[in-house]
Design a protein around this ligand. Sequence first.
Ligand code: SAM
Length: 404
Amino acid sequence: MTDDLPAVVAELEHLLKLRTIPFGMKLFERREDMEAIPKIRRPQAIHTLDQIVGQASRLGWTVGITSEDLVGAQCRAVVGLGEAKTDAWKSGRHMTGVWFSTETAGVNERNVREWLAAQAASGYVDYDDTDGRFGLNAQQRAVFVDEDGPAYMGGGFELAAEMFLDEPKVAEAFRSGLGLGWHERCGCLFRGTERFFRPGRTANLLDVWLPALEGVEAKLKAGARVADVGCGHGGAVIMMAQAFPNAHLVGFDYHGPSVEHARAAAEVAGVAGRVRFERAAAKDFGEGGEFDLITMFDALHDMGDPVGAAQHMRSRLTAEGTCMLVEPNAADSLSENLKNPFSRIMYSASTMICTPVSMSQEVGLALGAAAGPGRLTEVARQAGFTRVRRVAEESPSLVLELKR
Ligand SMILES: C[S@@+](CC[C@H](N)C(=O)[O-])C[C@H]1O[C@@H](n2cnc3c(N)ncnc32)[C@H](O)[C@@H]1O
């Protein structure tokens, strides 16, 4: 264990912000504490701080919380039950046996106790044998409660749930080869997607990604016209509207219910008067040459015709306009990706969600979520973009700046 604990903590926080450590892990301060647990009972996800920091910086890990659990068949049933957020849940270091009042929540205490035992068995809550109470420590709160923090993983569990719920439809798509559209899927996909990507966006959009683009921040402050394509529930548009009150923002998505949801979210956020959300496909939106900035967050690989979509985005930019493409941070080859533990999540989501979505649309190119910078650059070039620059390299996503 390194002596310089403040430096380790600072490094951990840094990596956490980048979402590059397996932050759901149980941390032991000393290797001996970890090794005191019989190997057979030692989950893979137990590490000492120095191991994690060392491995993370050596391997450049990009790992979500306990990927084993994300793909585990029980995770949604067990974690999802805890989605009701009460003050007791949020603050509870020591909760009185159950984490919220079973009377007011209208649930049966015996069921909740068993659920808490399951959570404790997974290390998702702590259990204190001396008084029979359960509680959340700081890491558990960061992962399961703090929706706006960089470590929140509730959305990931919701995405995993969608994969199970829609598995029969995906299996049918495997047989037919016809794909499965975004709009044909269980509603938890739409909410889970927004919640899954929000922590990374919160940590990076305003502080890292937008400042990395040439001249874009100044334009936003001065009142740029911005489109976000494939906007989903509108989180990025709302965040930019809050940060840049002079900007004119519009979010486009082909999925009607997501557009409705984005409008409602803008109302709640108090920016409804300054943003628009419209139902439009990536190859249909807007008028020619009107936008200074077009953003697309984790959506290009879902498009059936990403080259056509990029071509259309290019046509909607002003002459000096910029397109910012945010995609999963994959490498250029499968063998490279296989060295990255996060690829388990990336390829699973791509198999169950992204690839079938793309195959359901015209052209059906099926880029896959792990397309990587080389392939994405090729798509941008085929669409006519003359400058493609990778920016914000120290970030959990791959960010490309495209110029006409
Ligand atoms: C993975 S989600 C990303 C949503 C959002 N950008 C975010 O980061 O939360 C992909 C989005 O692309 C949208 N989409 C897929 N194909 C589309 C198309 N051809 N035109 C417009 N939107 C599309 C879906 O409806 C979905 O909202």
